[in-house]
Design a protein. Sequence first.
Length: 278
Amino acid sequence: MLQHLYKFSDSHGGLLYAWFPAMHTRVDLLLRGMQGEDLLLRAVGAIRQELCRLEKMGNCYDAGSELACLNRTASVKPQPVSRELYDMLAFCIDCYIRTDGCFDVTVHSDCHTQESVHTVRLSPGEQTLFFSRPGVTINLSGFLKGYALEKIRPLLRQFGVDNALVNMGNSSVLALGCQPQAEGWKVNFGQSRMPGERAWPDFLLKNECLTTSGNDSHTRKHIIDPRSGKLIEGKREVAVVTANGAVGEVLSTSLFVAESGVRERLKKEFCPRLIFDF
């Protein structure tokens, strides 16, 4: 269900705050402009529709999605893939190499090993996907929200929105332009911390993305190190600021599982503006 609030001022124009569920999380949007409430709401509607489209393409937990269908059939014979999903898969497979195996979209496969990703065969000529070993599947959950941020950018431009903040579940954030009377958008997720624990800083973002990965409590364990196959334990998170949301998703996940030597190579490979560990 889409909900929203709207306020207008002569000096700064309209400010629309909208929120709705998508991609297994809550999406919050702040849009600022002189377009008026109706046009800003149309922009929000277009974003919501785009997120639904991406879920039907890349959400492996939706049995009717394109990716879920590929996971069921691509081990039998090569299966045709839509152009957009094919490019997405090719990027993710390439990132396995670029991250020294720290980012692996096959990590949730049955009986996963470090060889699982090498059984993914993408054929650019035929635009097909084939798994050369049964049981291998692809999960884009650690990538899709960051990719979605990059699809939202042109939609906002299409509606003439130059100043916007898009927050997907406090883990994937896109900031365009600035908030009123500021040089960017100040972001602080504000999670409660125990006494003595390091607090979240304020991030000032402008035309860039903030993505986070990690365990926000001592009991939560949900990220697997693809190299060992083990869940990473302990309360620790990584935040990165990058020009591209998809790159940010790959980098934050990889930094969370990587040891110090690999982390240094990741920084040189992806060149984030900022990395924050806590």
